[in-house]
Design a binder for this molecule. Structure first.
Ligand SMILES: C[S@@+](CC[C@H](N)C(=O)[O-])C[C@H]1O[C@@H](n2cnc3c(N)ncnc32)[C@H](O)[C@@H]1O
Length: 467
């Protein structure tokens, strides 16, 4: 029985006959797998020839691991063996490993081989070949192979190539505007009383760290009447595309909606239900929001409007109507090639430490929270909901935006959690209510809440603009 320490000792001996013996094609599969999986880093000068007989092993996992170990050597002399293997291999994982190993050679001689795999049937393999070729993207010939992939039917491939070939200035422009943790002072702790589309135009690109909002529900309440459902969705898409622009690289957008019912116009007609979360979702991904999570906010049974009256009496199939006790809380991220770690690394240790979510927290995507009511606004969400979203998706000192601010719930939660807020609300009555709630807050931030008209916001913007 071979042990890990035996492998570690033997691999340091140049040209050790040990591996030629252990990795022979007729060695039991278990021993082969154990050895191949435990080789770890290979020392310079390790004899990669010992892996080649396994390229023809009947077990694809063994073929895959043999190729992987050859890949670790980054030795151009294996280009031909890897290339022949990859061309003949039917197993996608093993083929991908071989294309990856070829890419890792970073050799110009590998360019024609990698090019061959740009027409592979498996997108993962094409992606691997693309990665290898990107080292040579300055070669006009390589650029010519890669450019058409920006139109490839596979979305991951399209995105990867488009990002990799975008001019550096395009990628970096957002990042360079202002250090990531900072946001413009004139937007901090402000409630703007105006139409959201006009307000968004006054917000500089990449200013906001998190948006949490609950938009007006299509004609379900009388504060917004849209000509059609399509017009309603289009309005939201325009607002959320601008929200995308003002959001910082890789940051989150959380949307609270639920299907709505528009009552029937007479007894001869049926009422109509609109599935807002499902209809808005594909539109959001199209404008650059990457889907991250679907959280369901569950309210107690008593909070639902009873739709069961008729069915409760007649009990006939097809007439069943569920009382709706849930709302969707959809989580998106501004699409980027940067990992979440990159976003975290933008903050200093102190901010990260003080923003940590300590103690118990909800681990599932089902959030049981009681609804709230307000004496002025007919459709508020609970502070608890806003607080959870803000804690999970922002750091202290971040700017949290609500384009449909209503009575200011997001502002209240943000202030309590030591974040700044920026709210927009078109109805004066609700702005006044928001200001009352924010003033009544126990917290006295260094930047007291202000309500501004659109003109005042624009003036502040000009004053803050540093040419
Ligand atoms: C569902 S409510 C948000 C309530 C809020 N989450 C709260 O807890 O108070 C949507 C709000 O969007 C506002 N609104 C609708 N259309 C708007 C527009 N075009 N510009 C700005 N606000 C708008 C409505 O007046 C309403 O207050």
């Amino acid at each position: 029985m071979i042990t890990k320490s035996e492998i570690d000792t033997e691999k340091l001996r140049a040209n050790a006959p040990f591996f030629a013996r252990v990795l022979a094609a007729d060695t039991p599969e278990q021993t082969l797998l154990f050895t191949l999986e435990n080789l770890g880093r290979l020392p310079r000068g390790f004899d990669g020839e010992v892996f080649l007989p396994l390229f023809a092993h009947p077990n694809p996992k063994i073929r895959c691991l043999a190729v992987k170990n050859v890949g670790k050597l980054k030795d151009e002399t294996f280009l031909e063996a890897l290339s022949a293997f990859a061309r003949a291999e039917k197993n996608t994982l093993a083929r991908r490993e071989a294309v990856s190993a070829i890419g890792r050679l970073k050799s110009e001689k590998a360019i024609p081989v990698l090019r061959h795999f740009l027409t592979d049937t498996a997108p993962k393999i094409i992606l691997q070949a693309v990665r290898g070729l990107l080292c040579f993207k300055e070669h006009p010939e390589v650029l010519r192979y890669l450019t058409p992939l920006r139109e490839h039917p596979n979305e991951l491939l399209r995105e990867h190539v488009s990002q990799a070939l975008a001019p550096v200035s395009d990628i970096e422009s957002d990042v360079q505007r202002q250090p990531h943790p900072l946001s413009p002072d004139f937007l901090k702790n402000v409630v703007v009383c105006a139409d959201v589309s006009a307000v968004l135009r006054a917000i500089p690109t990449a200013s906001v760290h998190l948006t949490f909002t609950s938009p007006p529900y299509y004609n379900a309440r009388d504060y917004t009447i849209f000509e059609s459902y399509e017009a309603y969705l289009e309005f939201l898409v325009t607002v959320f595309a601008e929200t995308h622009r003002v959001t910082k690289e890789g940051r989150f957008f959380v949307l609270n909606t639920s299907p709505v019912i528009v009552p029937r116009i007479s007894r001869a007609h049926a009422s109509k239900r609109y599935a807002i979360p499902y209809d808005i979702h594909p539109r959001l991904t199209e404008i650059g929001w990457e889907f991250i999570d679907d959280i369901t906010w569950v309210k107690p049974d008593y909070a639902a409007k009873n739709r069961n009256g008729g069915f409760f009496q007649h009990r006939k199939p097809l007439g069943y109507k569920a009382n709706s006790v849930t709302e969707s809380v959809m989580v998106y991220r501004k699409k980027t090639d940067k990992l979440i770690d990159w976003n975290m690394r933008q903050y200093n240790a102190e901010t990260i430490e003080s923003s940590k979510i300590v103690g118990d927290y909800e681990k599932t995507n089902v959030w049981h929270i009681n609804p709230s009511a307000d004496k002025v606004h007919p459709a508020v969400f609970p502070v608890e909901l806003a607080a959870r979203v803000i804690q999970f998706y922002s750091f202290k000192g971040d700017l949290v935006f609500d384009p449909f601010g209503g009575s200011g719930t997001v502002g209240q939660a943000a202030m309590a959690l030591e974040r700044y807020f920026l709210l927009c609300e078109k109805e004066e009555e609700y702005v006044e209510r928001a200001m009352q709630r924010l003033d009544a807050s126990l917290f006295s931030p260094e930047q007291p809440p202000r309500s501004l008209s659109l003109a005042e916001l624009q003036t502040e913007k000009r004053r803050n603009h540093k040419p």
